[in-house]
Design a protein around this ligand. Structure first.
Ligand code: SAH
Ligand code: SF4
Ligand code: F3S
Length: 428
């Protein structure tokens, strides 16, 4: 069957899309990036905010109408897990609704002549699957799946199930294979990589081992870390292993202690800032990013101001900013009073405008500096190549004279928001 896969949401989903592609190909199907000729269309969805969910379902309706003959429509990912059977009733277009732990059943289901929803959790680890990676020279490697934190606003633990860590031997074997295949960057993936634990091995130990396997030709990064679980041990491993990127996504969510508590985050502003200081002390060039939520239920204007001041105090290189969105099954639904949507949007705009300024300032700070970038492929504009710094900043090279996977020493000549322009440095 000719299959088309579309993915929404976080890196977990992106990599799940690669796993799904591997499953389909192993079963003899072809995976194309072309909805027009597809006989089966897969939409891997995100449920983290209402907007993401609505958009994904909108795509399903749109995609179903593209080929001449209606393709088999398969809804995968977190929205599938969230609604399961109910979606089959609601959306007649859908043939299958398959949660994130049941993709291995898809080849079999494609021969079924009845509509089915599968949302069992924790039944599959995908160890037998060879993911079809689409982003050479960058790659994802799962270290753990699921989340046990149950932050009160978040649906992820409900749709992704309990935490489970992969055996280190399997992770290291996968990493070895990627290095042999010439990959230049590996991102270790998990909803909370810091809770990785397998046969007594913790995340800093695993990270160190991975970085020893990858050597100096392949960089290592990871997402996501819960600030509560960030230890000095982890920061030290990052600081002394040169090939681990000095980049940290450390989602704060709020700058106010009462709100943090109501979110169930398990740290105070002061504790969070102490960790930021530790990272900056150990790695002065660290690139920091965060996620923030505006308008969590009960958030008072003066409490919101603490989030504003946290952005100013940390000066993140970039930030993912969201307005609070009500999610089914989450504890925050019971917290009142809700902040009116208009107010949430106003607060969000304040954060966005402030962060845009900071991002630009931080970007300008590196103009004139030299750094090593990993060439990742063609840029959107013709005649340009894209590359990434250790800090994960996008650097555009204005020539096609590079190959993906190549490491190039460049000088940053110009910055435009989060995009930079680099010129190769003559190493003679
Ligand atoms: N495991 C990761 C990613 C979680 S989802 C982590 O803990 O960082 C990504 C981000 O979406 C979260 O960090 C949070 O900022 C945001 N988010 C989650 N639930 C939300 C909700 N109900 N409304 C608005 N933003 C939300
Ligand atoms: Fe959601 Fe919190 Fe788990 Fe992140 S740590 S996925 S925000 S519950
Ligand atoms: Fe979204 Fe699921 Fe990731 S809800 S953020 S795609 S784990």
């Amino acid at each position: 069957m000719i299959c088309h896969i579309e993915v929404y949401g976080c890196q977990m989903n992106v990599h799940d899309g690669e796993i799904l592609s591997g499953i389909l190909k192993a079963a003899g199907h072809s995976v194309v990036n072309n909805a027009k000729i597809a006989e089966a269309v897969f939409v891997v969805t995100c449920a983290v905010r209402e907007h993401a969910e609505t958009r994904a379902l909108g795509r399903v309706t749109h995609l179903a109408g593209i080929p001449e003959k209606k393709p088999l429509m398969v809804l995968c990912g977190c929205v599938a897990q969230e609604h399961g059977e109910r979606l089959l009733e609601k959306m007649k277009l859908l043939d299958f609704v398959i949660g994130p732990d049941a993709y291995h059943m898809i080849p079999e289901l494609l021969h079924e002549h009845r509509r089915i929803a599968v949302t069992e959790q924790g039944i599959e680890d995908y160890e037998q699957v060879t993911a079809v990676r689409e982003q050479f020279p960058r790659s994802f490697v799962t270290v753990m799946r699921g989340c046990d934190n149950f932050c009160t606003y978040c649906i992820v633990p409900h749709v992704r199930g309990r935490e489970r860590s992969r055996p280190a031997e399997l992770i290291l074997k996968e990493v070895e294979g990627l290095v042999e295949a010439g990959y230049g960057e590996i991102t270790l993936l998990g909803q909370n990589v810091n809770s990785y634990i397998h046969n007594g091995m913790n995340f800093p130990e695993l990270l160190e081992k991975v970085s020893m396997v990858t050597g100096n030709k392949c960089r290592v990064r990871f997402v996501t870390s819960h600030p509560r679980d960030l230890t000095e041990e982890l920061a030290s491993v990052m600081a002394y292993r040169d090939n681990i990127c000095n980049q940290f996504h450390l989602p704060a969510q709020s700058g106010n202690d009462r709100v943090l508590k109501a979110m169930g985050r398990g740290y105070t502003r002061k504790e969070y800032l102490k960790k930021v200081t530790m990272l900056k002390d150990l790695m002065p060039d660290i690139v920091l990013s965060t996620d923030m939520i505006a308008g969590f239920p009960g958030e008072r204007p003066e409490e919101f101001e603490d989030t504003v001041s946290l952005l100013k105090e940390v000066r993140y290189d970039y930030a993912f900013l969201f307005r609070y969105s009500e999610r089914q099954q989450t504890a925050a639904l019971k917290i009142s009073p809700a902040v009116p949507v208009k107010e949430r949007l106003e607060r969000l705009t304040i954060l966005q405008e402030l962060q845009a300024e900071i991002t630009l300032e931080k970007s300008r700070e590196i103009v004139g500096r030299e750094m090593t970038v990993l060439v990742t492929g063609q840029a959107r504009r013709a005649g340009q190549m894209a590359s990434r710094t250790m800090g994960n900043r996008l650097v555009i090279l204005e020539s096609l004279d590079f190959t993906p996977g190549e490491l190039v020493q460049v000088r940053i000549v110009r910055a435009d928001g989060y995009t930079h322009f680099g010129e190769p440095v003559d190493l003679r």
